[in-house]
Design a protein. Structure first.
Length: 298
């Protein structure tokens, strides 16, 4: 069974994998004992791809500021059996409900339980999985108090317990160190042949398109500039990095990352209240090395 993201995640990179692979350093496959670092792991599409595709990656460090998410990674890694059992139970309860109203009531009860916080890891993670599978569009969004507030998604029989994926992911995560908190702590884990991939909360394309509130801490323009300064530290330390972000019409990132190589990739956007604004859009891809595996795939 192939490992893949165990949660739905806004901005997930599954659709961009081929384009990102093409923009890795040209000699990446010749590197030895690679350390792969992803400071904003999110759903982990790039992580699972890299670990299954590049056998020269001997260690990986992932980080996210969302403690509920990193707890899920730890539970999947360390306690897959207990997680599967808990998910089977909650899936059985949900499937037994025969009307939308009953399913919605159950969803709201589970959401309230999740928002109590400080739950033990298995329970917290099983609720996280359940909400991710049954909320609207599989979004993860919190308010300023850090409480999950996505509404019910009206799914009759969603796959709440995907045991095959959980076990495949658990096996792959055994050599992955999981951190929680500010991304800057990841630099201390870099050594020798280290590659960083940054997939931060995207800058809104306009004032109405923002969706970067997956944590209560705002990721505004100040935060984007702070991340660029961290990329400068990675560069100064001698490590390679690649970074994704939105392609803003005001050329914000072209100016911010002018000293690096900037390219564009095509991505599909589905998270927008206005259906006319969904579809193919370009995204920024920044890296600090010149030779890449191949040109961007059209």
């Amino acid at each position: 069974m192939k490992a893949k993201p165990f949660v739905k995640w806004v901005g997930g990179k599954s659709q961009l994998i081929e384009q990102l692979e093409a923009k890795l350093p040209a000699d990446f496959d010749n590197w030895e004992n690679v350390t792969y670092i992803e400071p904003f792991v999110g759903g982990g599409a790039m992580l699972f791809y890299m670990l299954q595709t590049h056998s020269n990656i001997k260690s990986a460090i992932i980080n996210d500021i969302n403690a509920d998410l990193t707890t899920c990674y730890k539970v999947v890694k360390e306690s897959p059996d207990q997680l599967v059992d808990a998910l089977k139970e909650i899936q059985k309860e949900y499937y037994a409900l025969k009307t939308d109203d009953l399913r919605k009531q159950f969803f709201l009860l589970m959401r309230d339980e999740f928002n109590k916080k400080h739950l033990e890891p298995i329970h917290n993670s099983s609720l996280f999985f359940f909400l991710n599978r049954t909320c609207f569009n599989g979004l993860f969004r919190v308010n300023k108090a850090g409480l999950f507030n996505v509404p019910f998604g009206r799914y009759e029989t969603p796959m709440i317990c995907d045991s095959n994926t959980i076990y495949a992911d658990s096996e792959l995560l055994q050599n992955v160190e999981i951190l929680t908190g500010d991304y800057q702590q990841t630099l201390a884990h870099a050594k020798d042949n280290t590659f960083f991939y940054f997939d931060p909360p995207y800058r809104p394309l306009n004032n109405t398109s923002s969706f970067n509130d997956y944590a209560k801490e705002a990721f505004n323009d100040f935060a984007q500039r702070r991340l660029k300064e961290f990329c400068d530290q990675v560069q100064a330390a001698g490590y390679n990095f690649m970074l994704s972000n939105s392609d803003c019409s005001d050329m914000f990132f072209d100016d911010l990352y002018a000293q690096y190589i900037i390219e564009r990739v095509w991505a599909s956007r589905s998270v927008n209240a206005n259906p006319k604004k969904r579809g193919k859009l370009t995204e920024i891809l920044v890296h600090n090395y010149h030779a890449t595996k191949q040109p961007i795939i059209a």
